[in-house]
Design a protein around this ligand. Sequence first.
Ligand SMILES: N[C@@H](CCC[C@H](N)C(=O)O)C(=O)O
Length: 322
Amino acid sequence: MITLQKVHGSSNQFFILDLDQLSFTPSDEQIVALTQQLTASFLAGADGLLVVSKSDATDCLGKMRVINADGSEASMCGNGLRTVARYLSEKHQQSEFKVETLNAHLTVKKQADLAQNVPAFGVEISPIHFDNEYFPFNNLNTKKLINSPIEAFSDHLNFYAIAVPNPHLISFVEKDDDLNETLETLGTKLNQPNDYFPDGVNVNFAKILGQNELFVRTFERGVGFTNACGTGMSATSLAYTLHQNRGTFPSDEITVYNPGGVVKTIVHENWIELIGNATHTHTITISESQLFNYQFDEATVDQTNEQQSYEHFIANLKKQAD
Ligand SMILES: N[C@@H](CCC[C@H](N)C(=O)O)C(=O)O
């Protein structure tokens, strides 16, 4: 039998599958099909599958691949990396180490719990690119988007394009209409065949709530509206430090609220620190053949008591804000 975990960071939910337990190495096609089946409905679905395996890199404790719900592969996932950091930390009894991701070896570190029974990790988000060479976009008559108006996207918003290294488009908005209808229309347009972002793009709209306080909502590539996007909140924090024209690093700690919770970010010169919960909600036990034949109703599902603690933590945050 093998086990999977259902986890979340800021309610951005994933399944974690550790390939180390399997008697064979699944093909990419098998991983994609499994992701699509698992995320469609099992345990109320998820935004993707985090595939953990051994790393060949001598400086890394493990490797993470991120498969979006639609089967596309992302180079990074900030909320997901926190949960994988926790998984590897518990597996190997280490509290600070590196994880191999598609484009970078990233440092992760256990943090103080956010509240009772709400474990937290801090993760490195890097490398950062603004340049079109690393972040393909077309027909925008520019090599970088930094607070740039783009008539084709909106008649009143300005945009940043930042890859961390997965691609993010960011705009600071004031009206709720923009956080809802405009974001959905633009996110949908840029994540189907379009003239601007050939690989699609994660679209993040942010409201500035106060000094170093943001609310970020994301329409995610390969997913759609999500409860939270860790790399999106990190890229938005960097855009915020540029937007405020502060230019000194590291930035003060920034509190980023999202529809699923809250994270803290600190913007350093070449990387961003993302700190938030790494919550394990369910352990799923299933045989290898049942898993790869999608016989999920044969699985045994054990619920942890962490979701209740997380909800309590969020309710307290809301009470403090009122
Ligand atoms: N939710 C993630 C980002 C997941 C990848 C994204 N959909 C992409 O395709 O780039 C996060 O927490 O960073």
